[in-house]
Design a protein around this ligand. Structure first.
Ligand code: THG
Length: 367
């Protein structure tokens, strides 16, 4: 691949100087912003993530802030997950659907207060959908993108690193909960969450000006923990079954097709825009669904388009993400498979760019 030309439309982040000094080797573009994808090599980064601790510039997880008396009502319009029992201090993974039940995004919702929420979005321009709804429904709520940039601390040594910078209270933060914690006299939201299954935190850095101070403080505090700059890791996230919007699903898919039915309470999510459509399709059940897949042969090439999955001459699915896993000594993958062929153990053929390969429907993901 050639280089990416810098421009002001391709946004840098408060941590870009640190990322570059750490020797970033590749970026992707996510929410019109730079997202690192590799430091040493995807495999070295993978092993290090599972053994030590990494600091990730995930500023591209942009926040849509909802502020005002109708904020809670607006979030419930967006999602089939019932939010009535959600308390301030909690984070929820929420599928966002349109009027047809199609997925528009799969963000983390952060409830700061009854009348103040952050929607920490995946890669689609959700701000415009939310602003449109707020305007169209004449809601009393302000919708904008604040100067908040998440910095993730991921890996088994995350608690030790975070305790050195934020104090021992971080150890008491429960999964998908947050605490407001002090850094240099500023209060930052610190949640136990992140796009890996190796454990860790996300710091919602409010105010770009302190970005590099925090980055440097973490790097210095973690020297003897072998802290390193890292990024969401393709291999680890496939093993963990963490979905990537735009790759593994699009607005053509319902949450049920994506295996996100467990984050839907469509019956009781009163107000949700896609509720009627989802009630209709949920009564039948999906006819295709996300599956963990194992692809035979040596390391697969990069997956930059859907690879057809065949049963004889019939197309019965697609591979949307794939990578060689050093720990499992096989190619791990995520794909969508039709009901007729989705049972664990089913053996099919995938048309990879370098030829036909055997692909098996796996019982579960690997982490
Ligand atoms: N953290 C934050 N914002 C994000 C992401 C994140 N925005 C973009 C992207 N990632 C959104 N997608 C996901 C996908 C998976 C998860 C979070 C965001 C996730 N899932 C866990 C799982 O599926 O096992 C836990 C879900 C749960 O139990 O509630 O963490 O990573 N801030």
């Amino acid at each position: 691949m050639a280089l990416i030309s810098p421009s002001r439309r391709l946004r840098r982040t408060p941590f870009s100087d640190g990322v570059e000094a750490a020797g970033v080797k590749a970026f992707t573009v996510y929410n019109h912003m730079l997202l690192p994808t590799m430091f040493r090599s995807v495999e070295e980064d993978y092993h290090h993530l599972k053994e030590a601790v990494q600091v990730w510039d995930v500023s591209c997880e942009r926040q849509v802030e909802l502020r005002g008396p109708d904020a809670a009502r607006l979030v419930q319009l967006l999602t089939p997950r019932d939010l009535r029992s959600m308390l301030p201090g909690q984070c929820y993974y929420i599928p966002i659907v349109d009027e047809t039940g199609g997925m528009l995004n799969d963000p983390v919702a952060v409830k700061l207060a009854e009348d103040r929420w952050w929607i920490s979005i995946a890669d689609s321009d959700l701000l415009y959908w939310i602003k449109g709804l707020a305007y169209g429904y004449r809601l009393d709520v302000l919708v904008d993108e604040p100067d908040v940039s998440p910095l993730a601390i991921q890996g088994p040594k995350s608690d030790d690193l975070m305790a050195r910078v934020f104090g021992d209270q971080v150890r008491d933060i429960r999964f998908f909960r947050f605490m407001p914690l002090d850094f240099q006299g500023r209060t930052l939201v610190v949640a136990r969450s992140g796009y890996s299954k190796q454990g860790g935190f996300e710091i919602y850095v409010e105010g770009s000006d302190i970005g590099m101070d925090l980055w440097n403080a973490l790097m210095e505090a973690g020297r003897d923990l072998d802290v390193h700059a890292g990024c969401p890791n393709l291999i680890e996230r496939i093993e963990s079954g963490l979905l990537s919007y735009g790759n593994d699903m699009t607005d053509d898919n319902t949450p049920h097709e994506c295996g996100l039915g467990k984050f839907c309470n469509t019956q009781t999510a009163i107000g949700c825009i896609g509720r009627d459509a989802l009630l209709r399709v949920a009564s039948e059940g999906p006819v295709k669904q996300i599956r963990a897949l194992e692809i035979g042969g040596g390391p697969v090439p990069g997956c930059d388009r859907w690879w057809p999955i065949k049963a004889g001459s019939k197309t019965v699915g697609r591979v949307s993400s794939a990578a060689w896993s050093p720990d499992f000594n096989t190619n791990v993958a995520i794909g969508m498979v039709r009901m007729t062929h989705w049972d664990a153990g089913t053996e099919l053929i995938v048309e990879a760019p370098d030829g036909l390969r055997p692909v098996t429907v796996h019982e579960t993901f690997w982490n």
